[in-house]
Design a protein around this ligand. Structure first.
Ligand SMILES: [Zn+2]
Ligand SMILES: [Zn+2]
Length: 616
């Protein structure tokens, strides 16, 4: 099991950047090693990425995993030598000269130029300083930063190979991409690979199939369009039930909107043309079928629910008395993701979002935002998510009017309020300047699964521009027209992504309240008294809404138990003659084993309680 330390926010943030320096430095060491083996190699880009680094290179020898040991051996030599990473500032002309002599991303001068580096230098803006970094006899064009010396790279491993076009453009040469990862210590490296091993066992695509939760039919239904099987639908509906109860208690009202709208609405919202590539192409239809003179309109499948909700806000005159108005919908959205980027439930083309829009006054904002955060915390508690982080993206005043809507006071005011709420509620967060949305600050929520893997599940946004575009107003106390603020929030993200996360988080062992099959009743004999007893319990608990199944097959009990365990059914009632006689139930819990016989009433009461309280 992975051993991922749970640091505080700031520490984690610093460590991430240190880790990135380690990983990027390791890419230089990789290039050094490759050149020792193949001095003619040409290098393009070698950045740190999530969980590691890569370096793209051109080489007539096709690198295979069989080459890894000797590349790693050369890398270890470079690390052992503990060369400093020296920064050398050069003029553009010097840099070009070196590239032409083949001396960039190289150990020495070569007969052919460092052609990708030459191209990169030409794309560096005139006013930007050009720097080289040297470790030992390897020199590379690089802006840094790096660790101080190669010996600071604690532990590394080469992890994979891919091919990639230079600059991601298929008209450019195809390069070999070598992936690796590095950590500060060997222990952290080992923990990371142990976590990956565990994640493979918990892969939501594998468990989704084994547990009959969802399926895809890329040929006829289309890629990225999940079909929820009955067991998966239970998960979907339990989540919706939780959200509906929680939102009802928090004063939300539910709405329902169609899955498409005319082009004019998305021009109004600003999603078109800006967001066009992420939307399915439009369908153009005549409003009156068969009439050649009929008006024609373009319709788009909705990629977000906000515009429809804004229309509902604007559908009737609104007074300050109605605010805050909270409109909620588990809305289905469609996004035209690139087919190469589709990934199980994590990246799909249709998704159902735990969406709501809160329309409020500036005075109400802080309280509303706090309530949204409390809702997150409530959910995290229910799902046993004990590591999470909010990334709070703010504006940069120097980009007002271009990157960020020109409302300097509203930016400062809302960001202050968001910051205050985050601080007061004790939620771990980091602040990222200059990354807000165009129309307001935003918060991305990251959670870690039980095995320490990170998932982005949801985004909250403050919006003070779009309500204006939609002409949304309410009448204040003095009967003056005012524009409300809007909070977009989706604590449970989309069903697809959240269930994908939960499958890994629980390894498919869903808690009783969420489990597709809560109880399976397994009589151990075909004796009439035992079968009748099993049937009466089955009937009783189903009447209480418990998802219970009865296995009346003639199989041995060991076979029945095995089948139930394979489907990760939460609780098994294994019933024999003795249970009938003493009006008891022998309980077996998935993954825990037999708990022995208990009085029937007590067992039923416990189960109903556990489901009602959504116990972990
Ligand atoms: Zn570098
Ligand atoms: Zn929205």
């Amino acid at each position: 099991m992975a051993d991922i330390p749970q640091e505080t926010t700031t520490k984690r943030h610093d460590q991430t950047s240190e880790l990135q320096r380690i990983r990027h430095s390791c890419a230089h060491v990789l290039a050094t090693a490759v050149l020792r083996l193949w001095p003619e190699a040409q290098f393009a880009a070698g950045p740190p990425v999530e969980n590691g680094f890569y370096y793209d290179l051109e080489l007539s020898h096709r690198i295979t995993p069989e080459d890894f040991p000797r590349i790693e051996q050369e890398m270890n030599k470079e690390i052992k030598a503990n060369h400093p990473f020296e920064r050398i500032a050069v003029s553009r002309d010097e840099a070009i000269k070196m590239a032409e002599e083949g001396r960039l991303a190289a150990l020495s001068a070569r007969t052919v130029p460092s052609r990708f580096k030459l191209d990169i230098i030409r794309s560096i803006p005139e006013d930007e300083e050009i720097s080289l970094y040297r470790n030992g006899d390897f020199t590379d064009l690089c802006a840094g930063p790096h660790v101080a010396r190669t010996g600071n790279i604690g532990a590394f491993r080469l992890t994979g190979l891919a091919s990639a076009y230079y600059k991601g453009d298929e008209r450019n040469p195809q390069l070999q991409r070598v992936y690796g990862t590095a950590f500060k210590t060997r222990r952290e490296l080992d923990a990371y690979f142990a976590m990956l091993e565990e994640a493979k066992k918990r892969d939501h695509r594998k468990l989704g199939q084994e547990l009959e939760l969802f399926t895809f039919d890329p040929d006829d239904v289309g890629p990225g369009l999940p079909l929820w099987m009955p067991r998966g639908t239970v998960l979907v509906e339990e989540l919706e039930k939780l959200a509906k109860e929680t939102e009802f208690a928090a004063g939300y009202q539910r709405v329902r909107t169609p899955h498409l709208a005319r082009e004019s609405m998305y021009l109004l919202s600003g999603h078109l043309p800006y967001y066009k590539d992420s939307m399915f192409p439009p369908m153009e239809i005549a409003e009156t079928q068969g009439d050649p003179n009929s008006a024609r309109h373009r319709y788009y499948l909705k990629a977000m629910n906000c515009p429809h909700h804004h229309k509902l806000f604007g559908a009737v005159p609104r007074s300050y008395r109605e605010l805050p108005l909270r409109l909620a919908e588990y809305g289905t959205c469609y996004r035209y993701e690139q087919s190469g980027e589709l990934f199980g439930l994590m990246r799909v083309r249709s998704m159902q979002m735990n969406d709501a829009h809160i329309y409020c006054t500036t005075e109400q904002f802080e309280q509303e935002f706090l309530a949204v955060n409390e809702m997150y915390l409530k959910y995290f508690k229910i799902f046993g998510i004990d590591k999470y982080l909010m990334r709070f993206s703010t504006h940069d005043p120097s980009h007002l009017g271009e990157k960020f809507v020109d409302e300097p006071d509203l930016w400062i005011q809302t960001e202050d309020m968001v910051r205050r709420v985050l601080q007061n509620s004790g939620i771990d967060y980091i602040e990222v300047p200059n990354e807000a949305a165009f129309y307001g600050p935003k918060i991305d929520v990251q959670v870690w699964s039980a095995i320490g893997r990170e998932f982005s599940i949801a985004t909250n946004q403050v919006d003070f521009a779009v309500p204006k575009r939609f002409g949304l107003v309410y009448r204040d106390r003095e009967n003056a027209a005012k524009t409300p603020l809007c909070i977009h929030r989706a604590p449970l993200g989309t069903h697809e992504r959240f269930i994908g996360f939960l499958i890994e988080h629980y390894a498919g062992n869903f808690p009783l309240w969420l489990n597709p099959e809560q109880v399976r009743i397994l009589p151990i004999s075909t004796e009439e008294a035992v079968v009748d007893y099993a049937k009466s319990i089955h009937q009783e608990i189903r009447q209480h809404g418990v998802r219970a199944e009865l296995d009346l097959s003639a199989d041995k009990v060991s076979g029945k138990i095995l089948r139930a365990e394979q489907m990760k059914v939460h609780t098994m009632f294994v019933l024999g003659k003795r249970d009938v006689e003493s009006n008891s139930i022998s309980v077996r819990i998935h993954g825990k084993g037999n708990l022995g016989p208990k009085p029937r009433d007590a067992v039923v009461t416990d189960i109903l309680n556990s489901i009602r309280e959504r116990l972990p």
